[in-house]
Design a protein. Structure first.
Length: 476
């Protein structure tokens, strides 16, 4: 377990000119090696290509359309009015489902039996039919989910690397002021993209990660940076016992559905797909994750905490398997990459509600705090309480700089590809799989949506450039 009370300020590292070609060389060598898990040569090469093609973007500062106005306000100022304690002030558990597409779950795709337990929970939960991630990359996505704010629309994970690098009061930070204990759990290494710094900056008091697991014996590897999700359950149990009945927020970031999709054998493996072996492994990994969710819920029941806890299930992003010629998620701006499962389960107020309006991950924090009985004013967060969204657009942006971004308003979706390929527009009423580009017949609507996208991105970059300069100046 890591505590965050005594963190020291970090120095920025300079990048040696030979490091980029060195990484590229290593990635090429990896692509020539046989698979460690018999996943198939073709897929390993496509994964290596993803690594290589990402390298040039890792060190780019994307300041295009940025004015560096030092007099402009900081990105977001949170103003939340806490109400008196009441029956709504529950414990909060947020389970972030790694790389889980809606179509990989039984909740959104009943033809698949991958997530029977989550499907059962959905019959007693609010189910959001059209939820979308802001950026389809874990470190950026969990910030949006847990802080109600759009992350910086550049590839660098400055939100983790700069002390206090998040311009918003995240939900754990706010609940700490209401005397809640807080912890973040994952069976992956805390070193991955400096999750230690990110979790610290989001205001969590404790981080439990791969390094915290005292007994790793008997647990299988989930992928190249962690163990199967069940490995973190003992640490969860010990922490829940240690807080002695105090109110708490606990967040669990699963790991098993992340590439390489090793699909632990603990709960068996099944033939969910006949098309691609790698896709079948992925679906088996999602199936394993369903068992982890069941085990976690049972842990809360056994400790008598289930009825007094609000549960949120949400994916960080989806996963692409070539539906639009793209794999994995970082540049998958189509629904397989950005449309995500979102359920809110309240055991003491069981209800089946299907919400069909579009919702963004930045809307989760204000929506959840509203359900917990806190007075959320309209200027509290960048996101909006779901019931007040109306026809507010949903924006998404690829992780890579100047790769792609999209806007969804009503049943229309517009994708801007930064001149790497023609822009696209789809009508979800008749084309949920985004097969037919209708932009030629909607030039005026497309022009308006493109303008909104560019303004959204430019404001984000302007705000974060100023915010990051101020924070870095305080570190020096």
């Amino acid at each position: 377990m890591l505590k965050f009370a005594s963190f020291t300020k970090c120095k920025r590292l300079s990048i040696h000119p030979l490091i980029i070609p060195s990484i590229a060389t290593i990635a090429i060598i990896i692509s020539l090696l046989p698979s460690l898990n018999n996943s198939g040569k073709s897929y390993n090469q496509s994964f290596s290509f993803n690594i290589i093609s990402s390298i040039p973007y890792l060190f780019i500062e994307d300041n295009s359309n940025s004015k560096m106005d030092y007099d402009s306000p900081l990105p977001y100022e949170v103003k939340i009015i806490a109400v008196e304690p009441n029956e709504k002030n529950k414990n909060l558990v947020i389970i972030i489902l790694e790389s889980t597409s809606t179509t990989a779950t039984s909740v959104y795709n009943p033809s698949l039996n991958t997530t029977p337990f989550l499907l059962e929970l959905s019959t007693k939960s609010e189910v959001f039919e059209n939820a979308y991630t802001v950026v389809p990359h874990t470190s950026k996505a969990i910030m949006a989910i847990l802080c109600g704010v759009t992350p910086g629309l550049y590839q660098a994970i400055k939100e983790a690397d700069i002390i206090d690098g998040i311009p918003s009061s995240c939900i754990s930070e706010f609940l700490a002021k209401q005397n809640y204990q807080s912890a973040f759990f994952t069976s992956g290494t805390a070193d991955f993209e400096n999750h230690t710094g990110l979790v610290r900056n989001m205001g969590y008091q404790s981080l439990f990660s791969l390094e915290s697991i005292q007994n790793k014996e008997g647990y299988e590897a989930a992928n190249y940076f962690g163990l199967e999700d069940d490995a973190i359950l003992p640490e969860s149990a010990k922490w829940l016992d240690s807080i002695h009945g105090e109110k708490f927020i606990a967040t669990y970031l699963t790991l098993t559905p992340h590439h390489q999709y090793l699909a632990p054998t603990r709960y068996g493996r099944y033939q969910f797909s006949q098309s691609k072996e790698v896709y079948n492994r992925y679906l088996n990994s999602v199936h394993y994750q369903d068992y982890f969710i069941k085990n976690l819920i049972n842990q809360y029941k056994e400790k008598g905490l289930y009825d007094d806890t609000l549960f949120v299930f949400v994916a960080d992003h989806g996963q692409g398997f070539g539906e639009h010629g793209r794999n994995m998620h970082d540049t998958v701006i189509y629904n397989e990459g950005i449309k995500i499962p979102l359920l809110i389960h309240n055991p003491s107020n069981l209800q089946l509600t299907k919400n069909i309006s579009n919702i963004s991950t930045i809307d989760i924090v204000p929506t959840v705090l509203d359900k917990m009985g806190y007075n959320i004013t309209k200027d509290s967060y960048e996101g909006t309480i779901y019931k007040e969204r109306g026809n507010t657009p949903v924006y998404s942006h690829c992780w890579r700089a100047r790769a792609c971004m999209s806007m969804i308003k009503g049943h229309y979706k517009y994708i801007h590809h930064f001149d790497t390929k023609p822009d696209e527009m789809f009508n979800f009423e008749i084309d949920r799989k985004e097969k037919t580009n209708i932009i030629a017949n909607h030039r005026e609507r497309a022009s308006s949506m493109k303008k909104s996208l560019i303004q959204w991105r430019s404001l984000n970059l302007d705000s974060y450039n100023q915010f990051n300069l101020i924070k870095l100046s305080k570190e020096e």
